[in-house]
Structure formats: structure tokens, C-alpha cells
Write a protein that binds this ligand. Structure first.
Ligand SMILES: CC(C)(COP(=O)(O)OP(=O)(O)OC[C@H]1O[C@@H](n2cnc3c(N)ncnc32)[C@H](O)[C@@H]1OP(=O)(O)O)[C@@H](O)C(=O)NCCC(=O)NCCS
Length: 165
């Protein structure tokens, strides 16, 4: 399957519960709660006609939600910078290439939108071992760490990737 052939759909407000449940299964309760806050804020803005510079896509197979991926821009930051956000694949289908195709797809969207610097925030705890290996495989490089970032004492690890035009 080529990079652009994965069928994704834009997330709608009615998808919040399912997307949060996917984040809970793929990550943990804390991340699920923070995902809910982010997504509810995003769709509340959209309902009022406000653009928060965030977007989310879903991947389903046979109507079952298997993947979620988002792009976040800081509305106060450089327009060429973009962050991967709320990226999760259902644990039943890890290692099948779904995550790779989701990231390839949003990377293509970001490049087409003129973004040149692609960042992702993850953590150094064992729960994110897969994610850190995944980002290195996808040609992100570690850009920095912030010690004791999460309530459990985990460090934040930021990766970056340059996007050519
Ligand atoms: C990280 C995650 C999204 C990857 O999704 P996935 O569908 O399992 O990944 P893929 O099967 O597409 O793998 C893509 C590449 O990364 C590599 N990879 C994936 N998991 C890996 C691991 N644990 N160790 C080493 N490489 C790994 C694959 O070998 C593959 O390389 P290839 O294209 O050369 O074969 C998924 O593991 C996940 O949802 N994890 C929990 C949620 C999470 O941590 N999200 C990120 C938060 S920052």
C-alpha cells in the first residue's frame, strides 16, 4: 500500500468517546483524560467557528476504530512548525504497518501545507518504549528532553524531523 492510499476520515465531535477509548487502550488512563480535554476543547472551538490550528484523522477497518492521529500547530508559533499529536494504534494491530502509514499520511499533509519542521513529544517510561523505537525508525531524531515532566517522574522526549518541500 502506498503512502497516500490509506483511507482516513476527519474526526467529528461524535467520535470523541471512541477516540479517547482507543487512547486509553493504547496508552493509559492519564493520557485518555488529557486526550478528552484536548478533543472537547477542539470541537467546542469548531462549533463556535474558531480555528485552534489542530486537526484529527481516524482510521477504521470494517467500521472498527483502529487508529487516531492529529496535527497540532501553535497559533502563537512559527507556521512552518507542526506537532504530531494523539497518535495511537489499537494494540490488536500493532506491528502491521498501520502506525507507519498514518504518520506518512499526515507528514504528506503537513508538507503540502508548507510545514517544514515536524515535532513529536513522547516520554522515557517503558509505556512509550514502542513509540520511541517507532519514531527513530521513521527518521525522527531526538531533539531534547525535559526531566521529571509527567506526574510519575518520566522525562519528556522531543523528536524532530525536517520536511523537505
Ligand atoms: C507507536 C505506535 C503508534 C506504532 O504503530 P504500529 O502500527 O505498531 O507501527 P508500524 O507497524 O507501522 O511500524 C512502523 C515501523 O516502526 C517499527 N516499529 C514499530 N514498533 C516497533 C518497536 N516496538 N520496536 C522497533 N521498531 C518498531 C516497525 O518495525 C516498522 O518499521 P518498518 O516500516 O521498517 O517495518 C503503536 O505502537 C502505538 O499505538 N503505541 C501506543 C501508543 C503510543 O505510544 N503512541 C505514541 C505516543 S507519543
Amino acid at each position: 500500500m502506498d503512502k497516500e492510499s490509506i483511507q482516513l476520515e476527519p474526526m467529528r465531535a461524535g467520535d470523541i468517546d471512541a477516540a479517547v477509548e482507543l487512547v486509553r487502550k493504547a496508552m493509559n488512563e492519564h493520557e485518555a483524560a488529557w486526550a478528552r480535554t484536548t478533543l472537547e476543547f477542539h470541537f467546542a472551538c469548531a462549533a463556535r467557528g474558531l480555528d485552534d490550528s489542530r486537526s484529527y484523522l481516524l482510521y477504521r477497518e470494517n467500521e472498527r476504530l483502529l487508529g487516531v492521529v492529529g496535527l497540532h500547530k501553535y497559533i502563537w508559533g512559527p507556521p512552518e512548525n507542526v506537532w504530531l499529536a494523539w497518535f495511537a494504534v489499537h494494540p490488536d494491530c500493532h506491528g502491521r504497518g498501520v502506525g507507519g502509514r498514518l504518520v506518512d499520511y499526515v507528514e504528506m499533509l503537513a508538507r503540502r501545507a508548507g510545514c517544514r519542521k515536524f515535532f513529536v513529544e513522547t516520554y522515557d517510561s517503558t509505556a512509550f518504549d514502542k513509540a520511541r523505537s517507532f519514531y527513530l525508525k521513521k527518521e525522527f531524531v531526538e531533539a531534547g528532553r525535559i526531566a521529571d515532566y509527567l506526574p510519575d517522574g518520566s522525562s519528556m522526549v522531543v523528536y524532530r524531523k525536517s520536511l523537505s518541500p
